[in-house]
Design a protein around this ligand. Structure first.
Ligand code: TMP
Length: 204
């Protein structure tokens, strides 16, 4: 049996994660692999309920500590109930966001000390670490313009979203082997060419 592979996609708002995740999924399916797509927070019955609490505009006043624990609760459920069992069966699991989102949104941008977020977040994922993380990097204004959403997280200030971008780039510098940083300002086909090259390099 093939070994399971865990890949994550990260990025600020409007970076085009969904399109490129579908592309990566078809890359592996063409190779005959079973692929499971998940998103964070969510992808379990409990996780989707937590997602509604987190993203609902009426919960605008939520403290960042509450956010942290809700994201981690959704992740603990997803890792144990969905991701680990799929990896055990030899599947490729691709997640739209994972722990880097927490470190960046609640740590670098949200103001909880990054070292504390890392320590607490580890409890939710256990020993699971992505084999490869694509960071789709995009200018903040462009990203917010593209995303067209108006939920609780997107309503935060431009400065907050700037800290998200620089936080991600800092994480990528700290973990150069795991991260592939790709500018999503380029055309869709250019971005996908780069994703394919990286996948070929790591998984050929
Ligand atoms: P998305 O489905 O558009 O990626 O939305 C999820 C939102 O939740 C997005 O604004 C990022 C945010 N988020 C965090 O703040 N912390 C986390 O740990 C995760 C997974 C997401």
């Amino acid at each position: 049996m093939k070994k399971g592979i865990f890949i994550t996609f990260e990025g600020g708002e409007g970076a085009g994660k969904s399109t490129h995740i579908r592309f990566a999924a078809s890359y592996f399916r063409r190779k005959g692999r079973k692929v499971l797509l998940v998103r964070e927070p969510g992808s379990t019955p409990i996780g989707e309920q937590i997602r509604n609490v987190l993203l609902h505009p009426k919960n605008k006043a939520m403290s960042v500590g509450t956010e942290l624990f809700l994201y981690l609760a959704a992740r603990a459920e997803l890792v144990k109930e969905v991701i680990e069992p799929a990896l055990k069966k030899g599947w490729v699991v691709i997640s739209d966001r994972f722990e880097d989102s927490t470190i960046v949104y609640q740590g670098y941008a949200g103001g909880i000390p990054v070292s504390e977020v890392k320590k607490t977040a580890k409890q939710a994922r256990g020993n699971l670490v992505p084999r490869l993380t694509f960071l789709l990097d995009l200018n903040v204004k462009k990203g917010l313009g593209r995303s067209g959403r108006s939920d609780r997280m997107e309503k935060k200030s431009l400065a907050f979203h700037g800290r998200i971008r620089s936080g991600y780039l800092a994480l990528a510098r700290q973990n150069p082997k795991r991260f592939a940083v790709i500018s999503s300002a380029a055309s869709k086909s250019e971005v996908q060419k780069k994703i394919k090259a990286r996948l070929d390099h790591v998984f050929s």
